[in-house]
Design a protein around this ligand. Sequence first.
Ligand code: ADP
Ligand code: MG
Length: 416
Amino acid sequence: MSRGAAFIPPGATLGVLGGGQLGRMFAQAAQSAGYGVAVLEADEAAPAAQVTGIHLAARYDDPLALDQLARDCAAVTVEFENIPAASLQWLDARVPLAPAPQSVAICQDRAQEKALFTRLGVPCAPHAVLRAGSDGSVVDADLFPGILKTARLGYDGKGQISVACAADLPAARAALGGVDCVLEKRLDLAYELSVVMARGRDGSTVLFAPQQNLHRNGILFASFSPGPAITPEIAAAAQNAAGAVAQGLDYVGVLCVEFFVLRDGRLLANEIAPRPHNSGHHTIDSCTVSQFELQWRALVNAPLLAPRQHSATVMLNLLGDLWFDAAGHQREPDWAAVLAQPGAHLHLYGKHAPRKGRKMGHLTCTAATPDEARQAALHACAILGLEPFQDETAPSLAVLAAPEGGVSSFGTAVRN
Ligand code: ADP
Ligand code: MG
């Protein structure tokens, strides 16, 4: 519903659906500018629930809680894409909501994301959509070896299985519960990157520079900004593609598009998040305007200021694994040593139960140059007992072929 274009001044209450760390950092950013924040989240101890003035402890489809959110809030956003569509539509009819339910619905579903990329002419991985109960025997042999991904609800590599050949497909589909899936060809990745951007109700658009992302076991391990392997051509192509996606969705709010860069130099879109993204957390400490500030600015119709990056950064995710020693006994990481490091910005999300693979916080290492940020992050890895990343982002990766057909074969000019 296109309404709510008037500026909402500080003092108003903004609502957020979802109470994880993204909601917490959104709330902290909005609160620092004088906005109140209400969160809808069932978990009493959730990261965002700890910091917001109003916590509606209910499910995302609770009619009373949704009604209160609509009455208390001047505008509402999401920190989590898997909010039921019916709840978003109900809210959209009553209170300014950004992003729109239709944008969120597309980002909830890998099959719809792929269809959007195809419609917009943004290259993505060769794939096939396998609907629940459909015959998978006709799948193109060229998609193997592949990765079978549930169309919905996957995150941090969950809901994905490698499939070596067509004969393994039925068992893989069964293992994922027989739900709608997308089979993607396994690609020969040189590296990964993402573009975080914001778009206002008036179509004004600002973009951060792409960051280079290193995943381990399907989970983001580190983000580098600037990325050692990202050429200006790849950066421009990724920003153009992200801009085209935002414009194609008539998107309002903060959006992230993840990309793969293949060893042959091609840039392919991977997936879209209709919200700030883990890879953009460094912007809190490295830029004049963070991704969370842009989220509330887009929501209250304040000008979207173009961010200027003042520091080079490497962001390290702090997973629950760090809270366990080699023998599996729980311990506390050596925060005193981390905090003694100049340029190290510690962000912990207030999660009480560390579990392996659980995102407990992140550490952003800022410095005057990319090399210094990299050295600082390697030092932090040594303190925390993290496997260093020396070879995985080697600068030699920057020597890659230009993407076929030039860099601006698709995409729409974006206003910056
Ligand atoms: P999630 O929702 O878990 O982030 P992704 O589709 O982004 O799901 O997959 C997680 C990670 O797995 C990616 O960032 C990438 O490292 C790897 N991956 C996913 N798809 C492919 C692919 N088709 N080829 C090679 N690696 C892939
Ligand atoms: Mg991903």
